[in-house]
Design a protein around this ligand. Sequence first.
Ligand code: NAI
Length: 698
Amino acid sequence: MTQVVQYSRRGAVGVILVENPPVNALSQAVRQGLLDALRQGLEDDGARALVLAGGGRTFIAGADIAEFGRPLAPPDLNDVIAAFEGAAKPVVAAIHGTALGGGLEVALGCHYRVAVAKAMVGLPEVKLGILPGAGGTQRLPRLVGAHVALTMITSGEFVPAPKAHELGILDAIVEGDPVDGAVRFAEALDLAGPYPRVRDRAERIAADRGSAVFDEKRRALEKTARGLFAPQRCVDAVQAAAELPFEEGLKRERELFGQCMAHPQSAALIHVFFAERAIGKIPDVPADTPARPVATAAVLGAGTMGGGIAMNFANAGIPVTLLETSQEALDRGLATIARNYAGTVAKGRLTQAEMDRRLSLITPTLDMAALAGADMVVEAVFEDMAVKQDVFRRLDTVAKPGAVLATNTSTLDIDAIAAVTSRPADVIGMHFFSPANVMKLLEVVRGSATARDVIATAMQTGRKIGKVSVLVGNCDGFVGNRMLMPYSRQAELLVEEGAWPEQVDKALQDWGMAMGPFAMGDLAGVDVTWRIRQRRLAEGKAAGSPLTDRLYLMDRYGQKTGAGWFRYEAGSRTPLPDDVVKRMIENHRETHQIQPRAISDEEIVKRMIYALVNEGAKALEEGMALRASDIDVIYLYGYGFPAWRGGPMHYADSVGLPTVLADIRDFQQRFGGDWTPAPLLERLAAEGSSFAAHDRRR
Ligand code: NAI
């Protein structure tokens, strides 16, 4: 086995180098190696001081996530850090890349910390539903005070080295090679001990004892981290640093760490961490599949979606040609783009110069021939098969050979669009979400003829323009919207049966969804839902409730008309319950002789979420999604599903599939055909298995 931690000497300074690519994670071998190398350094009479550094592109970037969820083999990281902190020679941490989580905790155990200016430090554990469990919550506040420590630990955000230096986390910024810099720093040290230990730094944190800062943070987190368990425990831990002696504080940190680890939220967030990393794995499109270069792009249609899609390319520095059918539509689209950028500039998140540069990358045109040079074309014209086929027929005659021809359709058949071209292998779906310049999700829709390198290109370009790309199959609604249909259907049925839209929305929001289904319907547009309903009715498919028709006939299209399922005051996006809608619903109930009943929030949540799970299981079994975890990623990034519940499929696993199935069977008896259980769900439940296990078997 290769040595993952090496000891060597530079003059009078011993260098401990962690070599555990790619990110020098703190595996058991690294923890043991650190202890062994430290002993070597202490025994080396030629070394008067020690430097701890990471080989390759980074310092220690954190815990070894592969070891998560298993009992950790010794040595414990706390013991490793205590050994460094108690060392009889001064130890200098030399930071480059990132010192995160356990990596920063190790550095905090060193007597000094130096870093190159480009390095970052942080304690991101909270993002995985846990807290720093190796003294981070006790040592960091001793350096920076409770206020800054609370911000860093509850947000998990990274701090650039110059800022960390200013805050007192780092002792110096070094130029050039980090190890050279740290060796120079060590050589200049006064070598007479005792060496400064962060644990002894009492003055700063003592000032925070009894401070209101802790309760204030708890209250703030109730809003900004609604429903989350770990951020509140982070506050408890930092408060312990202020109020308890160091060793007792460490003990309290360990208790709180254990509580977080045992909480279902950490399992969910760790699931999400792995799910996000799995989306790029496509069995027949391996990672080394050569993608086609995309140096230039074109977008057809400068409406709601086209404008946002063009911005994505410009934001990534890719020149993009934007095609419309009339000067008026083009001007309108460009004005919206300019307004969007100006808003970002006004918020101070973009410079005027950068805005101008991005705008200059967007070339408007009315001439289809101007698309001839584009490596990738994304079509975002009206959702109408005849219009799209006409566009693709013409595109086929002008696009250069090898160009990727993508459609942003949200419901139409990719194969039927591809079929009108002479090159169906180059046609693919790239389904963006609205607003396209903001929403992170991209469903890449594979047609039956789509070439593998076209899939690789779409996935890679999606990532390049800042999207989370998930590959899905070609079916009605693809994966996300397909699952949304039965979900929305339940919302409408619940209202027909006796709930009010505001109750349904509140129940789901309280459960953790970013938005309720009716507010979401108003955002997407009741007219859009109505159009999809008409098409599905014509195709003889389940098509939702006639309540949508009533709203449509009243011109209540949602936010865009100031009224839909809710009403909106001028300039406001806050949904307000509307008596007009209540009367409409009551009238519908009377017409259909529905006796309204009181419906519990629990029933609302179960019917809505299990509708997602059941349809998700069907899509999974049909191969429309590669993994249950891909479906989770789609829901987290496209539909405001709470990450701390892990996504619908993980949530079902956490409840237990037999329990979910029993409820679905009960719904089937009470409410009928929509609730036919997915065969995959039945099979997994019978086996005592889970969606996660199903993913692992694939
Ligand atoms: P929109 O109606 O806002 O924009 C469509 C634009 O295409 C219009 O400006 C129109 O002038 C232009 N156009 C029509 N025919 C054209 C042609 N032959 N050449 C060039 N431009 C042409 O529609 P929206 O909402 O932007 O939708 C576009 C596509 O994106 C549709 O396929 C839709 O299903 C899909 N989509 C929409 C989402 C949404 O939330 N609005 C979400 C995801 C996908």
